[in-house]
Design a protein around this ligand. Structure first.
Ligand SMILES: Cc1cc2nc3c(=O)[nH]c(=O)nc-3n(C[C@H](O)[C@H](O)[C@H](O)COP(=O)(O)O)c2cc1C
Length: 254
């Protein structure tokens, strides 16, 4: 980034933050400008009528948009054995025709939820683009070999950090974490391979993917792709349309 663009961005964020401060006592009045009518999301402008390709196109634009610091941050919702939902952010690490992959601790709260109920939902929001994507599907563990490959590709400090933290369990203090981490560093030295903890990837096989684009006057665009055993029967060419690769699509009111 050039010095000039750094200064420009710093000034822009300063202005945004100041505007936000002004709005703190009046949240109900906080509104950002959404896309103009000329930027509407039309079905005919979706080149390939299936959501994985469209997801990749939107993600590519998000990756190029420098105001979006973590375009792959996604909020993952799971449901526990009592039917109660919870959500948290994870980082999406891969997207393919099979689905969406993220990594986590296999003993965490979310992992326990997915062990009893594989149904999950995930949402991404890219504010500068006024775009959001919702994914619903079933999560399954990826192979240990694939998890291992990704684990050892991470920076050594992150590998040790993952090993030091039994995610979602109670700990007495921050100091406890630092002590565990230091002990692992001493034991492993600079050369020993960091053993992979109870940790790995999940693949979400999607059944529904919604593309949302914020438009002026609250008339946002929502295009939903769905697939499943009997979805073809719903195709009527008016409300429900045939897409590619077994997907159907429809537009929902905002
Ligand atoms: C932007 C962001 C990205 C995160 N990415 C991950 C991730 O990829 N994997 C992960 O296990 N936790 C990630 N976390 C931490 C989780 O949000 C959460 O604190 C942790 O996974 C424990 O969640 P659980 O107790 O519900 O299982 C991330 C947090 C943030 C804010």
């Amino acid at each position: 980034m050039s010095k000039l663009s750094f200064c420009y961005n710093s000034l822009k964020y300063f202005i945004i933050i100041n505007k936000r401060n002004m709005a703190l006592d009046s949240l109900s009045a906080l509104r950002i400008k959404y896309k103009e009518k000329k930027d509407i999301l039309l079905e005919e402008n979706i080149n390939v009528k299936e959501p994985i390709t469209l997801f990749k196109e939107w993600m590519e634009l998000a990756l190029k948009t420098e105001e979006i610091l973590e375009p792959n941050a996604a909020c993952l919702a799971t449901v526990n054995s009592k039917g109660c939902p919870s959500n948290r952010f994870v980082l999406l690490k891969d997207v393919s025709s099979d689905g969406f992959t993220f990594f986590t601790n296999y003993g965490s709260r979310k992992a326990n939820d997915m062990a009893t109920n594989p149904n999950v939902a995930m949402t991404l929001y890219w504010c500068p683009l006024r775009r959001s994507i919702r994914i619903e599907g079933k999560a399954e563990k990826i192979s240990k070999a694939d998890s291992m490959q990704y684990f050892h590709q991470r920076p050594r400090a992150s590998q040790i950090g993952a090993l030091a933290s039994e995610q979602s369990t109670r700990i007495p203090s921050r100091h406890h974490l630092d002590v565990v981490e230091q002990k692992l560093k001493d034991d492993l030295g600079d050369d020993k391979e960091v053993p992979m903890p109870n940790w790995g990837g999940y693949l979400i096989r999607p059944q529904l993917i919604e593309f949302w684009q914020g438009q002026v006057d609250r008339l946002h665009d929502r295009i939903v792709f769905r697939r499943g055993s009997d979805v073809d029967k719903e195709i009527d060419g008016t409300l429900v349309h045939k897409g590619e690769n077994g997907w159907i699509y429809e537009r929902l009111a905002p």
